[in-house]
Design a protein around this ligand. Structure first.
Ligand code: FE
Ligand code: FE
Ligand code: ZN
Length: 272
């Protein structure tokens, strides 16, 4: 059975997200650990988490995916920005231990002019300080579209980060279909070729989640503007090939399309 869900608001807690997911035909979901623009996180309510775990168990929700705030930039040249990234991720990973065995996704960051190599070194530095041998959360690097000075614009840059992380057993990758398409990987005409490249450079065993989005821009545009399924340049048929591909179909899929809940429910049904 396809594991698919969408991004949900976390403002009312875990039980609320679980019930919303079930109501729209999802069996997983993604959520921000805090305000995406980077405010302080609300305290975890252990009772809410406990009830959620029971609810999830009885409703077939197996995997959930947390997303770090967009403001987290471990690749910044500014030590204050890096410090915010370190503190935020360390706090998020502590909170993730309330729901063990899930994944935490983050944007590697933007090097803002100092060059990808310097950015990559900073990102690995953060991970080497924050990851703990005993943690039960897998931290995912998201594939990026390469807009501005984003790090993670190609598979090689993600591989370089992974190579520098000591506890890389706790690391994986989340592939965003809009981002890789905008980054120049032709998943419409050559999905097998792109996955072969991913396997050769990073290794498919590292691939833990898929962000399932159409794109408002053509191949290689380096823009990152998500479209609804079938309303962009990737198209419905290509995205159906993504969810049914033998190398991908057992992964969890997360829609981040511009939709309200009814639109998400339709896209989930379409993909099922
Ligand atoms: Fe993202
Ligand atoms: Fe994404
Ligand atoms: Zn995006």
């Amino acid at each position: 059975m396809l594991t698919i869900g969408c991004h949900l608001s976390s403002s009312k807690g875990y039980v609320s997200m679980g019930k919303t997911a079930v109501a729209i035909g999802a069996n997983t979901f993604q959520f921000f650990t805090r305000n995406p623009r980077g405010a302080k996180a609300k305290d975890i309510n252990p009772e809410d988490v406990k009830q959620f775990l029971t609810y999830a168990g009885s409703h077939g929700i197996e995997k959930i995916l947390a997303h770090a705030p967009y403001t987290l930039n471990a690749a910044s040249a500014d030590p204050h920005v890096r410090e915010f990234a370190w503190n935020t991720m360390a706090d998020d990973l502590e909170r993730m231990e309330y729901t063990p065995g899930n994944c935490y996704n983050f944007h590697p960051g933007s090097h803002v002019g100092q060059g990808a190599e310097a950015g990559i070194a900073y990102i690995a530095d953060m991970l080497n300080h924050i990851l703990k041998a005993e943690q039960r959360t897998t931290v995912l690097l998201e594939t990026m579209s390469g807009k501005g000075s984003e790090v993670g614009r190609n598979f090689e840059e993600l591989r370089e980060i992974l190579d520098r992380v000591d506890l890389s057993d706790h690391m994986g990758v989340c592939l965003d279909t809009c981002h890789v398409w905008d980054g120049g990987y032709d998943i419409v005409n050559d999905l097998d070729g792109v996955l072969n490249q991913f396997d050769r450079i990073i290794g498919l065993k590292r691939l833990k989640a898929i962000h399932l989005n159409d794109s408002q821009n053509p191949l290689g545009a380096h823009k990152d503007r998500h479209a609804r399924i079938g309303e962009g340049y990737i198209g419905e048929e290509a995205l159906k090939r993504v969810v049914t591909h033998p190398a991908l179909r057992n992964l969890p899929f997360y829609l981040e399309t511009p939709n309200e809940l009814d639109g998400y429910a339709r896209e989930i049904a379409l993909m099922r």
